[in-house]
Design a protein around this ligand. Structure first.
Ligand code: CA
Length: 369
């Protein structure tokens, strides 16, 4: 296609019609879940699912969810909080290790996002060696904006997204808290010596980037680049390419406005020293779950595309960038999916969606050529 024509077609929504020729279908792999939040993958095709109220379960595709796995710590299942993300260690088959994050209860009705490491017993029925390796500071009395997505790096570290707790938005711009940040820690919770703020007086050493609002999407692509999306306020959801030490602007710059109208702060959308999003959504889609598809199972158009769940409209957004990281293709898939909380690429190269409202994990069937 003519490269100059493509942005126009995107603007007119024509690329959506073009790719609908593929019409991929969803198939349910697990149902009867209660408010599922994340899905991870165990050997032998087994799925590992979190439910926000505090349960972790396994299930074979097509089978029923297991009884709750024992040993999950107490979570603060209030508002948007609870048991949230889970991933398996890249060497899980050997070390049985997984990482999960959740709303950790504190004193006097406070809570905050915590990251824990555990081993899953050989019979998949209980967690052992559970250790909290990171706790967001300070804890706050809030039911909102926990962030809480985890990504493992090839060199054995963990990224974790941390929300602004709604009432702590101004802390997103200061380095003396974990509010509105992405942090990087070792798998034992240690601080990597090359984290960007380890030598900055007054800064918390786990901080990787700052100026974030509420991020429920975090992923490393095939090139090792870290991508994140975050909820804007009313309008202004963002997809960001994350680099260490950078300031992503919240709440000083935003493309959104306050709920019910009215500017935020000085009403700025850009400022020197603050990063611009790669993609922005006005109105908001309420993004949750993020993957940049590595596999070729769905053909070249989808490979290397981002897939992003929408809580608000109940679809999956596909975004493909050009060589300069500008959106070249953008379309809405599965418009009747209902609230999409997580999007993952399985070890089989297939896309898996967590449908919160339907209590299901579904798989996107590749179209047969
Ligand atoms: Ca921003």
């Amino acid at each position: 296609m003519n490269k100059r024509l493509l942005p126009l077609l995107v603007a007119l929504g024509c690329t959506a019609a073009q790719s609908q020729a593929q019409s991929p279908q969803l198939e349910t792999v697990v149902d009867a879940l209660k408010t599922p939040w994340a899905v991870a993958f165990l050997p032998g095709g087994l799925l590992l699912v979190t439910e926000r109220e505090g349960q972790m379960r396994t299930a074979q595709p097509g089978g029923k969810p297991s009884a709750p796995i024992q040993g999950v710590p107490a979570v603060d299942a209030v508002g948007q909080g609870g048991l949230l993300d889970v991933i398996t260690d890249s060497d899980f088959a050997r070390n049985r290790t997984l990482y999960f994050c959740y709303a950790e209860p504190g004193e006097n009705k406070t809570n905050g996002t915590a990251l824990a490491r555990a081993k899953l017993s050989a019979d998949n029925k209980r967690l052992t060696d559970v250790k909290v390796i990171f706790s967001q500071q300070p804890k706050m009395e809030s039911r909102l904006h926990f962030g809480c997505r985890i990504a493992e790096t090839p060199d054995g570290k963990l990224f974790l997204s941390l929300g602004d707790r709604y009432k702590g938005m101004d802390k997103a711009q200061t380095l003396d808290s974990h509010v509105g940040k992405i942090v990087r820690v070792g798998k034992d919770g240690s601080v990597p010596a090359d984290n960007p703020y380890v030598k900055t007086a007054g800064a918390l050493p786990e901080i990787w980037s700052y100026g974030h609002r509420n991020s429920q999407g975090l992923t490393l692509d095939a090139q090792g680049k870290l991508w994140q999306h975050e909820h804007g306020p009313q309008g202004g959801d963002e997809l960001n390419l994350i680099a260490p030490k950078f300031n992503y602007g919240w709440p000083v710059i935003t493309y959104g406005e306050n709920y019910g109208g009215g500017r935020i702060g000085e009403g700025l959308a850009a400022k020197t020293g603050m990063e611009q999003p790669v993609v922005k959504w006005v109105p908001s889609i309420a993004p949750a779950g993020l993957v940049r598809l590595k596999s070729a199972k769905y053909g070249p158009a989808w490979q290397n595309s981002f897939f992003i769940g929408s809580l608000k409209f109940g679809h999956v957004e596909r975004v493909k960038l050009d060589a300069d990281n500008r959106p070249a293709e953008q379309e809405k898939l599965f418009p009747d999916a209902g609230r999409v909380r997580d999007v993952r690429e399985g070890p089989d190269g297939l896309l898996y969606l967590v449908l919160e409202g339907h209590g299901r994990v579904v798989r996107v069937k590749p179209t047969t050529p």
